[in-house]
Design a protein around this ligand. Sequence first.
Ligand code: NAD
Length: 436
Amino acid sequence: MKIAILGTGYVGLVTGTCLADCGNEVTCIDKDAGKISGLLQGRLPIYEPGLEELVERNGREGRLRFTTDLAEGLRGSQIVFICVGTPQSETGAADLSTVFAVAEAIAKNAEDSKLVVVKSTVPVGTNAKVFEILSKAKIQHRAASNPEFLKEGAAIDDCTKPDRVVVGVRDQQSTDLLRELYAPFLRTERPFLVMSPESAEMTKYVANAMLATKISFINEMANLCEMTNADINDVRRGIGHDARIGFQFLFPGAGYGGSCFPKDIRAVISMASEKGMDSRILLSVDEVNEAQKLRLGQKITGHYQGILKGKVFAIWGLAFKPRTDDIREAPALVLIHNLLAAGAKCRVHDPEAMGNVRAQLGDRIEYLDRPMDAVQGADALVIVTEWQEFRSPDFAKLATNLTDKVIFDGRNLYEPKAPAAFGLTYHSIGRATTQG
Ligand code: NAD
């Protein structure tokens, strides 16, 4: 099939590449000329495991093309995916201006009939508005919803082996076309769920709202564990074996971030409020998360009795989660801002996200290529992202290098006794501090 992708970011690039990889002819369009010229020269705008090789192969074999020219990119395509950003607006609602702008552009430029599929995460009713915009064109187009559930860091697997594909459609022809398109990804009996565009739009938000709720819930319980001498890790295991609860998304930490959960939760709150409803659970989820992002900083301040001036902190992990370079709403940025404001210095390491952080913070902090280099000359170590390479450090070396022999772990990477055996004081989330 001939496919056009409008918006070549995390979702557009991964979707376009995976669709090309199963034989479709895909053109990825973006208004960002720098991004497109980079892609044409084989430079990826994002880090996503396995993506570079797939882009290279499908580009070489002529199935994956990149352009800034919308009219050219649309030419001949049967399906056009809208994958542009839907950031949070000032009111908290999703900003849909780009979605509507590209719908207008499709209506204006398409030379033949398209199935326009909204993949961006959008409030209920957006698809109907996109359909309305398309209906003004001389050519008749169809519109469908197909929310994306991929996780950054595992995006290719999520795209090619999805738990389910959700489509919101108005007619059988759209259903059939999308079913055919997704067939290669659904060979292991994964469900293709057909519903109305409104239900599809809502499904995406409800999925993210549920996941964010689990995170804020376990973080609140972790904080209570600290006050009651219970250990959240034992509690987590104690509840996770209950099949009704399970283990997924019940790891306490430094708060959720990223380009989706924070804005999507606020979009649902805003959708509810527009209907005169208080989304009391999600208001709390958001509030608990904002407080949790401050938690590591509070532990540090407590340890140093409020005096951080001149202290040097090694920080491991900047991305909002491992296996990505995405730093949107990352808890590490909140922590760094607060440490700098208190007069401390930061020596940071992240396997992939340092370039993005440097673009924001410049030389206000130091960037080190290896985790142990960041620790050299630091007073304390703070862990914010659970990259695999931080899981088995040389504690003896850490104890030698950290002047104050202290670790603040926002991801509970270690058994508390392990660092303590090397004389390190170890603070984690929802567990008692162990003294070296
Ligand atoms: P992104 O910011 O990485 O990419 C959006 C792209 O759209 C950018 O490259 C931008 O230059 C381009 N763009 C903006 N205006 C354009 C225009 N007029 N014409 C052409 N291109 C234009 O965003 P993303 O993370 O890929 O997210 C896209 C959507 O998918 C959002 O609604 C998001 O909520 C949703 N989503 C994201 C993820 C994720 O993990 N990132 C997962 C599921 C759903």
